[in-house]
Design a protein. Structure first.
Lengths: 201, 552
């Protein structure tokens, strides 16, 4: 290969890298800058909704566990994030929400007393060790599923403040031969034609 | 359409750099071994550039060969010792290969590597938006991989075993999460897929322009084969790589390597043997055609073209098979065909081979081999048609006016950037964040003897035969692979408010029902209608788990 050709190839490659960097500059800037505007009064990180500001510590959603309990799903910036629990205040009443890490990277679920839909909730995040306040946020419980719940299912509040760790590998059961046979008394209205599998975009 | 892709790729690189580096090392090792072997054994017949491109298609072969002993030994050796032994083997063999080719290498050999890395960067962006590998195929692949990891050997299912063995072995030595390995590995396979066609085109034309144009067609021409990752068709994609390598090795005429490569491709995906048979048949028929006098050749060509046209029309009108043509009903296909037509005189034999391959693939989807299977199924046929089309399009790059090839390449890339999404398709993402949380909840809090009903549908994928029954269509399909808890699919339109449905649930010992938020998931409100039979015990906006009550 002649030197001229080599320089041409190197030049094209460098141009491609510069283009990539220029395109990614907003993301790089976002990664290097603080996650969010700190609270000027207390210098505590203000936790946003993940829908508005993904990346970093943010609130994913609210969910219901039973008539008396709800789940608060939090996304953490990384696996190195310290183990934490929540204290949430609604109408002056503060409740504790122990948290445990999910198998999804950077996702934590915290369970505790249920707050009615549409009500404001102030959430504070404390480290398990030394009870240090590390983040807070104010939200409306607006995204919880509205399915009515029956009596308490018997699921207990998790008493343990778990350290976010990957869930253990499950030991698999023997392969299950899946049954999918229509009963003599039809329990479902089957579509007249089966769907086409493997859809295109 | 893909403006956020570079940022997403950087995000994935930042989050998964360790796993990506390990996989690239694994792929690089396999490619290096093959490149060194080919270079030492072919003399100066082949350029370093084309050998490097071919080697980037053949790395699944050494990957598979080392995966068997790694997985076998993992049943007896601690992880640390296994990792050590594997590292020694990789370093020693890699070192020997490097030493063998240290001198006398052309810098051109780095071009395919550079293209692979650029394509890998583009393809990795998809992973940023995916929670779990997509569609129900992926759940089955995950289940088999977990089975291999837990019992090492043998497994109860021999479904495309080679792919699962490679992933399981890699998980053993990298201690990575199988789902993450599946996702990243799949994207790296996609990045490598367009490269071996360089060798095939260069051998046909001795034109670098033609060969590079073919690579561009294969990488960016159509949304296939990339869309196949949305279907979880990882074994098929890996086997396509090795199939191209097998065809290339056949051109090199090495005695034993084509057979070994073909065997490896079949172990990775069983239908590879059918595809190789189709390629071989097309080659033989094209040879026969070439030996005919000119008037008869023109007649046969007209017959082949007519048959292709008729098949295309029949397939287009068939609601089950029609999707095969969707990726290819584009101007890029027209461009490919026109380019081929423009160089038909110069390259009539390779073009005829390609046309016959297309004809045979489209015919094979109508040939039954059992009551429910055809020689090729629709997804595989749809995935592989890019190859002959990219080949004939690439041939057009061998024209005397060399500036045309770069201009066409730029056009193809621009078209792909504007019209083909490099991200995941909404069609096939069964697992949302809420589902992932729910699945984790099930794994942590439900008893192992629970039985969970999940939504299923019947799906048509073949021209004939009965449809695939009870295919999972939401995240419920992942409950068994992830947690080991038994699941039973129920028709997605089941009316759980009916006494018959409740009786059916009780008679099958079902303790819970999983309700996702996919369009074909169970309707979420039935628990409210019959609170004496059902109780919602876990609820997020896009995932619910309902307990079955009062079974007599």
């Amino acid at each position: 290969m002649t030197r001229k050709r080599l320089y041409k190839i190197l030049g094209l490659f460098s141009a491609a890298v510069l283009l990539a960097l220029a395109t990614a500059f907003p993301l790089i800037r976002g990664l290097l800058s603080p996650d969010s505007k700190p609270n000027p009064e207390q210098n505590i990180f203000e936790m946003p909704l993940c829908d508005l500001q993904p990346g970093g510590l943010c609130l994913v959603t609210f969910g219901a566990i039973s008539s008396a309990e709800m789940a608060i799903v939090i996304q953490t910036p990384g696996e190195e994030y310290p183990a934490f629990y929540l204290r949430a205040t609604h109408q002056g009443v503060e409740n504790t929400y122990p948290c445990e890490a999910g198998s999804l990277p950077n996702q934590v679920i915290c369970v505790g007393a249920r707050t009615p839909l549409g009500e404001p909730l102030e959430i504070k995040v404390f480290t398990n060790e030394s009870d240090l306040l590390i983040a807070s946020g104010k939200f409306n419980v607006s995204a919880m599923a509205t399915t009515l719940l029956g009596s308490n299912s018997g699921f207990s509040v998790m008493g343990k403040m778990a350290t976010p760790t990957p869930s253990p590998s499950p030991s698999p059961s023997p392969t299950v031969q899946v049954i999918f046979t229509p009963t003599s008394a039809p329990i479902a209205t089957m579509t007249s034609t089966p769907d086409v599998g493997y859809p295109n975009p | 359409m893909n403006n956020e892709l570079p940022a997403k790729s950087i995000q994935v690189l930042t989050q998964q750099w360790g796993l990506i580096l390990a996989l690239l090392t694994f792929i690089g090792w396999g490619s290096l071994l093959l490149y060194a072997h080919l270079k030492r054994n072919t003399g100066f017949q082949f350029t370093d550039l084309e050998l490097a491109a071919l080697a980037l298609g053949g790395w699944p072969l050494p990957a598979l060969l080392i995966s068997f002993p790694v997985l076998f030994l993992s049943a007896f050796l601690p992880a640390g010792i296994l990792i050590g032994i594997t590292a020694v083997i990789l370093l020693t063999s890699g070192g020997i290969a490097l030493r063998a080719i240290w001198k006398g290498n052309s810098p051109w050999a780095l071009i395919p590597v550079s293209i692979f890395l650029v394509l890998a960067f583009l393809r990795l962006g998809l992973v940023a938006d995916v929670i779990m590998p997509m569609y129900f195929d992926s759940a089955e692949h995950y289940r088999i991989i977990r089975e291999l990891l837990d019992s090492a050997w043998p497994t109860a299912s021999y479904y495309h075993l080679g792919y699962h063995i490679i992933i399981a072995a890699f998980v053993r030595i990298s201690v990575a999460d199988p789902a993450s390995v599946m996702l990243i590995f799949g994207q790296l396979i996609l990045a490598a897929l367009p490269l071996p066609i360089f060798f095939l085109l260069y051998r046909a034309t001795f034109s670098k322009s033609a060969a590079f144009l073919g690579v561009i067609f294969a990488a960016f021409g159509w949304f296939m084969p990339a869309h196949a990752v949305n279907w979880g068709k990882y074994p098929a994609l890996l086997s396509l790589l090795l199939l191209q390598f097998t065809l290339g090795i056949l051109l090199i005429k090495k005695n034993w390597m084509p057979a070994v490569a073909a065997l490896a491709a079949t172990v990775i995906h069983t239908r590879s043997v059918i595809l190789l048979a189709l390629f071989g048949t097309a080659w033989i028929l094209a040879n026969l055609w070439e030996g005919q006098p000119h008037p008869r050749r023109r007649l046969i060509l007209a017959v082949v073209a007519t048959m292709l046209g008729m098949l295309t029309l029949i397939i287009y009108r068939n609601p089950i098979l029609g999707p095969i043509l969707e990726p290819y009903a584009t101007l890029i296909t027209l461009l490919s065909v026109l380019l081929a037509a423009s160089v038909f005189k110069a390259f009539s034999h390779p073009i005829m081979v390609s046309l016959l391959i297309i004809l045979l693939i489209l015919t094979a989807i109508f040939i039954p081999v059992s009551s429910s299977l055809t020689l090729l199924d629709r997804p595989l046929a749809e995935m592989i048609l890019f190859l002959p089309l990219a080949f004939i399009g690439g041939l057009g790059g061998a024209r005397p006016l060399k500036f045309i090839a770069p201009a066409l390449a730029a056009l193809i890339i621009l078209n792909a950037w504007m019209n083909i999404s490099f991200g995941p398709s909404k069609c096939c993402q069964l697992v949302s964040r809420d589902d992932a949380t729910a699945l984790d909840w099930v794994g942590r809090h439900y008893k192992k003897d629970s039985v969970i009903a999940i939504a299923g549908v019947n799906l048509n994928i073949n021209a004939f035969g009965r449809p695939m029954r009870g295919a999972g269509i939401d995240a419920g399909i992942w409950i068994n692979p992830l947690t080991g808890i038994q699941t039973i699919p129920f028709p997605n339109s089941t009316n759980f408010a009916s006494p018959e449905a409740h009786d059916q649930l009780c008679s099958n010992g079902i303790t819970h029902i999983y309700v996702g938020a996919r369009p074909q998931s169970f309707a979420p409100d039935f628990a409210e209608l019959v609170p004496e039979w059902y109780e919602t015990t876990f609820s997020l906006p896009k995932a619910h788990i309902v307990k079955v009550l009062n079974c007599k």
